[in-house]
Design a protein around this ligand. Structure first.
Ligand code: PMP
Length: 373
């Protein structure tokens, strides 16, 4: 078996290489690798083991899942305070976003993408043969805020607006007033107005939400994931919340069985007992702010974050590349931004345990001291 069997292949969207590949390429012990690139939880919730054991027989694994995912949809509805028929479930939020694109973004259509933001919006738009209408955000000094005037100007004739709050990868929250202005302007265009997606993947870290606006704005779809605060990224479960007619349109493009029985049971259990996820989320800010300050002191200036990850300015794209390599040689994986990305020269880091974060800070300090010599 080749040790490179997980080598990155050319594809439109992927994340950083696997531990196996990094270990082989950089000569590090795979067990020592720390992933700062995925924005996922760093521990597996222990109490879910019991659910895993039970799901091998109830419902039986040899049966297909309930194609309506009643238990999961009800658990999600209970968690967000919506009706079960205002929920669409999918195999991770990426699957949900794909269903949204299939439903509302026709070939030749146009989607507004405030950049930088989550890369999948552009990927899904291209996959639909629709046009990416990239609207740059305000500069870092203005908190990467949405350029609301520019977005509102471009709403007529657009099919979808992809919004993300808190925004990945800037780690900043969008202003609720800005999102409401976009929703109002889109609603004012009537049936010809675009669908507005509000991606709340990192909702649990702030508590802010637009779920309560779904009745007022039939063109609003809020999306959530079990991958972040709920620590179930490997289970692949996400869901959307919208008014019932909008969910009914989305349901027509939903595959009947994309979420496994095991994942559906795990996610339903987690949503019914969300305390651990909310406690984990609540524990993040203290360590995040300490970690951010330490990175800044080490010479990698960090931006304010309201999430479980931090964006840092490293320097020129070449310096950021050298830093990435220096970290990889120490078994530390950062989220990188390619030469065409508006955040080239930056790296993004997940907030991990204090000890893990200290390993990164030490590596950053060694790198900047070496560079300054
Ligand atoms: N939206 C955002 C903003 C994300 O950061 C991510 C995960 N990287 C997703 C959606 C996709 O989440 P999932 O794992 O549920 O597909």
């Amino acid at each position: 078996m080749s040790s490179l069997f997980n080598a990155p292949v050319s594809q439109v969207y992927s994340w950083e290489p696997s531990n196996t590949w990094i270990a082989a390429r950089h000569g590090v012990d795979p067990a020592s690798i720390l992933r700062f690139d995925l924005n996922t939880s760093t521990t597996t919730p222990a109490h879910l083991a019991e659910v895993l054991a039970r799901t091998s027989w109830d419902p039986p694994i040899h049966e297909s899942p309930d194609s309506l995912y009643g238990e999961l949809a009800e658990a999600a509805a209970g968690y967000v305070g919506a009706d079960r028929y205002e929920i669409l479930v999918g195999a991770g939020m990426d699957d949900v976003l794909d269903i949204v694109a299939k439903t509302f973004l026709p070939p030749g259509g146009r989607a507004i993408v405030p950049i930088p933001t989550y890369s999948m919006y552009g990927v899904l738009t291209s996959q639909r043969n629709a046009t990416i209408d990239a609207v740059p955000r305000r500069p870092a000094a203005e908190g990467f805020a949405l350029d609301v005037d520019a977005i509102v100007d471009r709403l007529p004739g657009a099919d979808v607006v992809w919004l993300c709050t808190p925004n990945n990868p800037t780690a900043s929250a969008e202003s609720p007033a800005a999102i409401r202005r976009i929703l109002d302007a889109a609603a004012a265009l009537g049936a010809r107005g675009p669908l507005v997606v509000v991606d709340e993947a990192y909702h649990e870290f702030t508590g802010d939400t637009f779920v309560g606006e779904r009745a007022a704005y039939p063109n609003l779809v809020v999306t959530r994931t079990m991958s972040k605060a709920f620590a179930l990224a490997g289970a692949r479960v996400g869901y959307a919340i919208a008014c019932r007619p909008t969910i009914e349109r989305l349901e027509r493009n939903r595959p009947p069985g994309s979420v496994t029985t095991i994942s559906a049971a795990l996610a339903a259990h987690a949503l019914r007992e969300p305390a651990y996820a909310l406690e984990t989320a609540a524990s993040i800010p203290a360590e995040r702010d300490r970690f951010g300050a330490a990175l800044t002191a080490a010479g990698w200036a960090t931006y304010p974050s309201v999430t479980n990850f931090i964006l840092a300015r490293i320097g020129t794209p070449e310096v950021a590349e050298a830093a990435t390599l220096a970290l990889l040689r120490k078994g530390i994986v950062a989220r990188t931004f390619g030469p065409a990305h508006p955040l080239r020269g930056h790296l993004r880091f997940t907030v991990r345990s204090r000890a893990d974060n200290e390993r990164l800070v030490a590596a950053a300090t060694a790198f900047t001291e070496e560079a300054g010599r």
